[in-house]
Ligand binder design. Structure first.
Ligand code: SAM
Length: 285
């Protein structure tokens, strides 16, 4: 394993600071700095960017982001045991790394942005990863405070994020991501790359905001996708029936054939459905 900087190898950092992985915090650490550099480069160019890293742990990805030239990295870590290791990295790259001790779910991007584009890069804790992604995509203002998201997920979740209509993985997450973003799979990461190894393969997803998102209300979009994919084998006229007494008329008004099924609809068609069902009274039959 070749060196990317002159700081100690991560295995040594983990030993020195006694950073035994905690399951409750979703800790699976990447020790191969060439791999973390590959993740950092997926978010390039970083030279004039502020990078928000969620869950730096012992700092493998943090170091790669700094080596890849990030002007400023703000790293939010919940596990206080990691702070001394991260302080060593900050001392090695004066003025470029700021560590926030806390919960990423509580962080406001507006407090971090400033000075160049904001890019979010993270080997996310799996237990909060999807929630963070939804928060970043569903933010009130568009374009968002961030310019790109480069994130690690379990491969099965990554496939759902980038899924296209007609595929088995296509569902609520794919519609939500496609509604506001261009999303692509960058590469897979084997369980062997982590310490301890997780049970499944992971993958890096790269998302950039659509310049002009399709206009609709997020809550309405969530309601129709939840109903349609909740009963994905049913025709829309049946699966959307609980949303309105005149569901079938609304589906037709959206320009969609009521006998279609959720997984056949494009993102544009889901947006049309969301607009057609906005303000509908639910039926409780
Ligand atoms: N980035 C490191 C790497 O690639 O080796 C660690 C990745 S590990 C999968 C996830 C990290 O997120 C852990 O360090 C964990 O303590 C941290 N974490 C878990 N929940 C968090 C939260 N809500 N906010 C911030 N960090 C969190």
């Amino acid at each position: 394993m070749s060196q990317i900087d002159t700081l100690p190898p991560l295995r040594e950092v983990i030993q020195t600071h006694d950073l035994r992985a905690k399951k409750t915090l979703g800790q699976n650490f990447l020790l191969d700095l060439n791999l973390t550099l590959r993740i950092a480069r997926t978010a390039a160019p970083l030279e004039d960017a502020t990078v928000l890293e969620v869950g730096p742990g012992p700092g493998g990805l943090t170091r790669a982001l700094l080596v890849a030239g990030a002007r400023r990295v703000v790293a939010v870590e919940k596990d206080e045991r990691c702070l001394p290791a991260l302080a060593e990295i900050a001392a090695h790259y004066p003025g470029r790394l700021e560590v926030i001790s806390g919960d990423a779910l509580q962080i406001r991007l507006a407090d971090i942005a400033g000075g160049g584009p904001l890019k979010i890069v993270a080997n996310l804790p799996y237990n909060v990863g999807t929630q963070l992604l939804i928060n970043w995509i569903a933010c009130a203002e568009w374009p968002p405070a961030w310019q790109s998201l480069t994130l690690m997920f379990q491969k099965e979740v990554a496939e759902r994020i980038v899924a296209r209509p007609g595929s088995k993985a296509y569902g609520r997450l794919g519609v939500l991501a496609g509604w506001r973003c261009h999303a692509s799979l960058a590469f897979d990461v084997s369980p062997k790359a982590f310490t301890p190894p997780p049970k499944v393969t992971s993958a890096i997803v790269h998302l950039t905001p659509r310049a002009e998102p399709l206009a609709c209300d997020l809550k309405a979009l969530e309601r129709v996708t939840a109903a349609a994919f909740g009963q994905r084998r049913k025709m829309l006229r049946a699966s959307l029936k609980p949303l309105a007494t005149d569901a079938e008329e609304r589906i037709v008004a959206a320009g969609i054939t009521p006998t279609e099924r959720a997984e056949q609809l494009s993102i544009e068609e889901f947006v049309a459905l969301a607009n057609a069902f906005a303000g509908a009274e639910a039926t409780f039959s």
